[in-house]
Design a protein. Structure first.
Length: 345
């Protein structure tokens, strides 16, 4: 390549105030790695926790680059790399050691995940182990595809892999962030009916236009489980995508059908889960933790995205110099994903 340096956003300490854009050498792919020109990066709540130093134990490495999700084009391959060639469009699998099957033991120590503890994607060029690269769905732009590695795969893995969602079942998703809206889209593609909860009537109107079967305003109806049971004619819901945690879990239990399951994917309301034991037992319900997913599931999800024509819901797109504005938008509660356009490909 004719260039030797690039721009990357790096942390000089914890907090957004210490996130800066810096010039650094262009990385070179080692054996078994690929060099990717980044087209776009999308942000997740996890990225805020990483920037604030509130997720992993200990201090981050000096000049740490945050953000887990990107889509781009391979512009170089290291010795022995054979899965991809120059010119192919790829994304990165979040859990670099989890390619298929049960999760590795390393996941308990946060494993080797992109965007912490491994370097993140908020740079003009990044290197990836070739085993971690996943082909981008042809129908999606890099802006759209950058939303898939964490948010989409979390929703897909929760419903399709962990939950074994069946056609005709009912799914309840909480809020209108990226994971929840992907949950809505995937559940519909798999033949399920979807109830969406939100404190915003305007957002509930928007999810209805996306095909949600029903909406519940949790601002005016905080005991929302009663409403969910009524909507299902007393049966309850088969799956809950639980993004809030804390004592919200009590409502999720009360909303469950017999044999239903809560798929724990977030903790926006609190890291400690509080739930009533007896209602969970009487429903023979299950609480299952979900942490993104493996590469094989990522590839299966992409095939469904192509087949069903799913288009990611994007709240806003920000230019690379405007990363701080993108983080600010993420913290305002967007409708869908916040994306940063890095390079025009």
């Amino acid at each position: 390549m004719s260039i030797s340096t690039m721009n990357a956003w790096e942390l000089t300490g914890p907090g957004l105030a210490r996130l800066r854009c810096a010039r650094r050498p262009l990385p070179e792919p080692a054996p078994g790695e690929v060099l990717v020109k980044v087209g776009a990066v999308s942000l997740n709540y996890r990225d805020v926790l990483m920037v604030d130093g509130a997720l992993l134990p200990g201090q981050l490495p000096a000049h740490f680059v945050p953000a887990s999700d990107m889509a781009g084009e391979i512009v170089g391959v290291g010795e022995g790399a054979r899965r991809f060639t120059v010119g192919q469009r790829v994304m990165g699998n979040f859990w670099t050691q989890w390619l298929d099957g049960p999760p590795p033991d390393a996941i308990l120590q946060h494993g080797l995940s992109l965007g912490g503890p491994l370097p993140g994607m908020l740079a003009e060029y990044v290197v990836l182990p070739e085993a971690v690269a996943v082909a981008t769905p042809p129908s999606l732009s890099d802006v759209q595809a950058s939303t898939l590695p964490v948010a989409a795969l979390t929703a897909w893995f929760a419903l399709a892999e962990t939950g074994r969602l069946a056609s005709g079942q009912t799914v309840l998703v909480q809020g209108t962030g990226g994971v929840s809206l992907f949950g809505l889209q995937f559940a519909q593609a798999l033949g399920a009916k979807v109830i969406v909860t939100s404190r915003s009537e305007a957002k509930l109107d928007r999810v209805q236009r996306l095909g949600a079967w029903a909406g519940i305003n949790t601002g005016s109806d905080p005991e929302w489980a009663t409403r969910a049971v009524a909507l299902t004619e007393g049966k309850g819901v088969d799956h809950v995508l639980e993004v809030l945690g804390g004592d919200n879990l009590a409502q999720s239990v009360q909303a469950l059908a017999i044999g239903g399951q809560i798929l724990q994917i977030g903790f926006l309301q609190g890291r400690e889960l509080q739930l009533p034991a007896l209602p969970l037992m009487l429903r023979c319900g299950a609480l299952k933790g979900v942490s993104v997913g493996h590469r094989a599931s990522f590839e299966a999800m992409n095939a469904v995205i192509e087949r069903a024509g799913i288009q990611p819901v994007i709240d806003s797109v920000h230019d690379f110099p405007d990363v701080l504005a993108a983080f600010a938008r993420l913290q305002q509660g967007p409708f869908g994903k916040v994306v940063i356009r890095v390079n025009e490909l």
